[in-house]
Ligand binder design. Sequence first.
Ligand SMILES: NC(=O)c1ccc[n+]([C@@H]2O[C@H](COP(=O)([O-])OP(=O)(O)OC[C@H]3O[C@@H](n4cnc5c(N)ncnc54)[C@H](O)[C@@H]3O)[C@@H](O)[C@H]2O)c1
Length: 471
Amino acid sequence: MKPFLVAPEEAVENLRKSRYRVGVFGFGHVGLTIGVGWGLAGAKVIGMTLDKQAIRLLESGLSPFPEEAYLSKYIENLRTRGLLEVTDDYSYGARETDIKIIAVPVYLSSEKKPDLTPIIRVSEEIGRSLIKGDVVIIETSIPPGTTRNVVRPILEEKSGLKADEDFALAYSPERISAGTVLADYLEKYPKIIGCDSPGSLNLVAKLYSAVVKTGVIKMSSTVAAETEKLFEGVYRDVNIALANELALLCEKMGVAYDEVRAAANSQPFSHLHKPGIGVGGACIPVYPYFIIETALNQGVQLQITQLARSINEKATELFIEKIVKAVHFLNIDPSKCRFALLGLSFRGGTSDTRLSPALRILEFIEKTGAEVKVCDPLVEKVEGKDIEILRDWRKAAQGADAIVIASDHKEFYQIEIEEASSLAGRETAILDGKNVISNLNGKPRYRVLYVGVGRPAYLLEPDGSKKKVEL
Ligand SMILES: NC(=O)c1ccc[n+]([C@@H]2O[C@H](COP(=O)([O-])OP(=O)(O)OC[C@H]3O[C@@H](n4cnc5c(N)ncnc54)[C@H](O)[C@@H]3O)[C@@H](O)[C@H]2O)c1
């Protein structure tokens, strides 16, 4: 019997005994994690993706994401047990499943408005095959009210059924981070669940309690759960903006922000974040716009949220200005500079380049016509670019006039000024956008101009002397 037609305890039993099929609509970073999680709980999972290369890899039992390579053993295990099928046929997945989980993205338009097209298309597909007793759960981060005002009417109209009476409907945000997705999903954070009826809430909370080990937090409505997820992102964005602003001041004062931050955070009410060169990824730079849009529709202006966004967007441009100043400082024409760009992903430990500040920096370097060697230990290709991506930073640093560090991959924390200088074989600028270099006291073979974020810039001489400089 379908899950919404039996007691929640019986539905859980059926899930564990592989009597339910779970369709995951969108099988990317989030969808694959969900699929593996529900498969491990006993469900028969059908993952749907438009990515043909990912389907080929998954069918060979491999994770399509290098930073999530450990998932391969679970994928292989679930496939061997007949618990994981992958397809690009969304209508097949809609027809064949009892529990439907939506994990397609929401994009931002050029006017920074949410583009719900993927969610609308998938809801229509699900609605056409929805059967009494089914369960629909949305996990994509969406503007508040989307479940109730967009997805629900589509499902009801296409199926002729009533949400919360004929089928269960829930919103449950995803809280994973690239590199640790499965542990985040199953073991790290409680699962937030919001529904607009006690019937849907009791069932979906029980099902999730059988999937995750961290327990669930029941929310009073889908809107409250949607809002919770976006507030997590806004909190991060605003605090990063604050760090960027204070770091800029530290640079001007010749004080190290890192040192001040560590001391300030020894007090329990201070949670100063790290500064950076812009915020990337599919989440944090996007969610504030969902909230800003929602607030405007309510006649509320979110001044701090808006200001934070503009500070963080400007952070990449400020770093590019530093690159230009550093190159001029060494008396090199930017168009003749030999650049090494270390890191393409939006942060360390991931191959994800969505909205990555590193791509904006690469674009700038390419525009100058300068030569650039690019290194990233995880990124295999950049959409629309035909560039060679070196794995070892040392190869990229050879003969470089300027070494630009744009992602904090663990390999880059090994970079020593002396080795970088020897590899460059000339006077060099090191632009450390992630402050991965901590020791500035060595004796480089050639003069090095070191520029970090929220730190004074230094000229480091071969005799070991070091002096602060203004760019
Ligand atoms: N990546 C994260 O760490 C993360 C964390 C929390 C929340 N989220 C949320 O999850 C959403 C999905 O993120 P992701 O990282 O899994 O994205 P992704 O790009 O890795 O995967 C998206 C999946 O959806 C499919 N898809 C895209 N457009 C589609 C369409 N129009 N119709 C059908 N399928 C389509 C893709 O083929 C792919 O399988 C994000 O938009 C965000 O709201 C992501």
